[in-house]
Write a protein that binds this ligand. Structure first.
Ligand code: HEC
Length: 79
């Protein structure tokens, strides 16, 4: 679907977007995907997943991976 994740399906991309909207708004407003570079999102989402899981707002590893793919895709400048 894109240069960053050649195998990413539209279904997974859409699922990542939905999960982002559901899981990442629990503690603060949603950040724009463009607010961080594609390099920084994976570790940021990992940090946030830890925070969420500590508070028992479960984000499982599959969901975490989909959220990362959505955010990295959205923050990567179009060629
Ligand atoms: C359990 C509460 C909680 C959840 C759920 C959560 N966050 Fe956060 N987030 C925080 C807190 C608290 C901060 C303040 C900075 C810190 O402690 O790192 C923060 C800061 C951030 C920042 C830094 C932005 C800034 O303006 O400084 C980003 C980006 C971010 N979160 C993204 C996410 C994403 C993406 C998700 C979903 C995967 C998410 N957050 C889910 C609590 C949460």
């Amino acid at each position: 679907m894109n240069a960053v994740y050649p195998d990413l399906t539209l279904a997974d991309f859409n699922q990542g977007k939905i999960l982002y909207g559901e899981k990442c708004v629990a503690c603060h407003a949603l950040k724009s995907p463009k607010s961080l570079s594609p390099e920084r999102w994976p570790s940021m989402v990992a940090d946030m997943t830890n925070k969420a899981n500590k508070k028992e707002m479960r984000i499982d590893p599959t969901q975490e991976a989909l959220i990362i793919k959505y955010l990295v895709t959205m923050s990567t400048p179009a060629k």
